[in-house]
Write a protein that binds this ligand. Structure first.
Ligand SMILES: *Cc1c(COP(=O)(O)O)cnc(C)c1O
Length: 343
């Protein structure tokens, strides 16, 4: 069966044009700093974010984990949103790799307040951990791709600057946030000392993420990347895919957002599914399935039987993600399948 795959925007495959660009890429040994295409991508992304430097890394997880490592010392504490990727989906990386303790704060759709941060920062006592980093995630995956409000980010930033605590942004889907809000990525970047961004999500590249920050930070990140096993050789082939994605696949993210909104609107009329269309800001739709009287596995199995793939979300919801390999027509077909099953 030809499945309509709404599990994630990571399932996108490189297009013919992208493969062509990869094939033609000029390459060299990047561990020697000699890959011209990687250099070109790093320069371009640094300029785009108005930061001094950028570094290609194999995955978003490695990007986040390197940044946590560079910002912290063992035994220190990192403030994170409680439903963020860093704490849930990185297999305990901060504890394993950086020996830091995480201080999870409950956000509202992914965003905690400056007041919450103020209360969470440890005071200066020798028997307390030092608060050495604040992490945010934009868009926020567990909140159906919510866009974090820039005003609150700026309030947190102001406090962090006063307290001399650096900030890191997990911007795996920052381009979605930027396209949805109309706020340039560089404006978000101003509020952070380091960012990690992904090319392998909605941008459609097969592999690749990037860390952005000051020249000094990126130099230290480069060393950590090597320690973590992420120093790679002729990565121009991958950087070419990312460059192609920046040229062709950023503005079109608005189409994915439209498809998600449309899907949510159609599903919101089904009484057995709890879908809040006002929560759909980017490319994700979360459906509460409790009223179907079925388990997540049962619902996902029924949908699979209709040729539609989704993922579980939390304990009582399922999630659909729109992306460049699923057409508006297929989104309608998926909605039809939901109607057949739960109408
Ligand atoms: C996908 C993602 C990452 C990185 O994931 P990798 O699979 O390691 O590339 C990080 N943060 C968020 C919010 C993500 O969605």
């Amino acid at each position: 069966m030809n499945f309509i795959d709404l599990r994630s925007d990571t399932v996108t495959r490189p297009s013919a044009g992208m493969r062509e660009a990869m094939m033609r890429a000029e390459v060299g040994d990047d561990v020697f700093g000699e890959d011209p295409t990687a250099e070109k991508l790093q320069k371009r992304v640094a300029e785009l974010f108005k930061k001094e430097a950028a570094l290609f890394v194999p995955s978003g997880t490695m990007g986040n984990e390197i940044c946590v490592k560079v910002h912290t010392q063992p035994g220190e504490e990192v403030i994170v949103e409680q439903d963020s990727h860093v704490i849930i989906y990185e297999t305990g990386g901060p504890a394993f790799l950086s020996q830091v303790q995480l201080k999870p704060l409950a956000g509202n759709r992914g965003m905690f307040t400056a007041q919450q941060v103020k209360e969470a920062i440890r005071y200066d006592a020798y028997y307390m951990p030092r608060t050495s980093l604040i992490c945010l995630e934009n868009t926020h995956g567990r909140s159906a791709g919510a866009v974090l409000p820039i005003d609150e980010i700026r309030r947190v930033r102001e406090l962090a600057l006063a307290e001399h605590i650096p900030m890191h942004l997990d911007g795996a889907r920052l381009w979605n946030a930027s396209v949805a809000s109309g706020i340039p990525v560089s404006e978000y970047a101003q509020c952070f000392d380091s960012l990690s961004v992904c090319f392998s999500k909605g941008l459609g590249a097969p592999v690749g993420s990037m860390i952005v920050g000051s020249r000094d930070f990126i130099e230290r990140a480069r060393k950590m990347r090597k320690i973590f096993g992420g120093g790679m050789r002729q990565i121009g082939i991958l950087a070419a895919a990312a460059l192609y994605a920046l040229d062709h696949n950023v503005d079109r993210l608005s189409e994915d957002h439209k498809k998600a909104k449309h899907l949510a609107q159609r599903l919101s009329s089904l009484k057995k599914l709890g879908v809040d269309t006002s929560n759909v800001e980017t490319n994700m739709v979360i459906m509460d399935i409790r009223k179907t009287g079925k388990t997540q596995d049962e619902v996902l199995g029924m949908l699979r039987g209709q040729g539609v793939l989704l993922t579980p979300e939390g304990r009582s919801s399922i999630r659909a993600v729109t992306h460049l390999d699923v057409s508006a027509e297929e989104v309608d077909k998926a909605a039809n399948a939901f109607e057949r099953l739960f109408g």
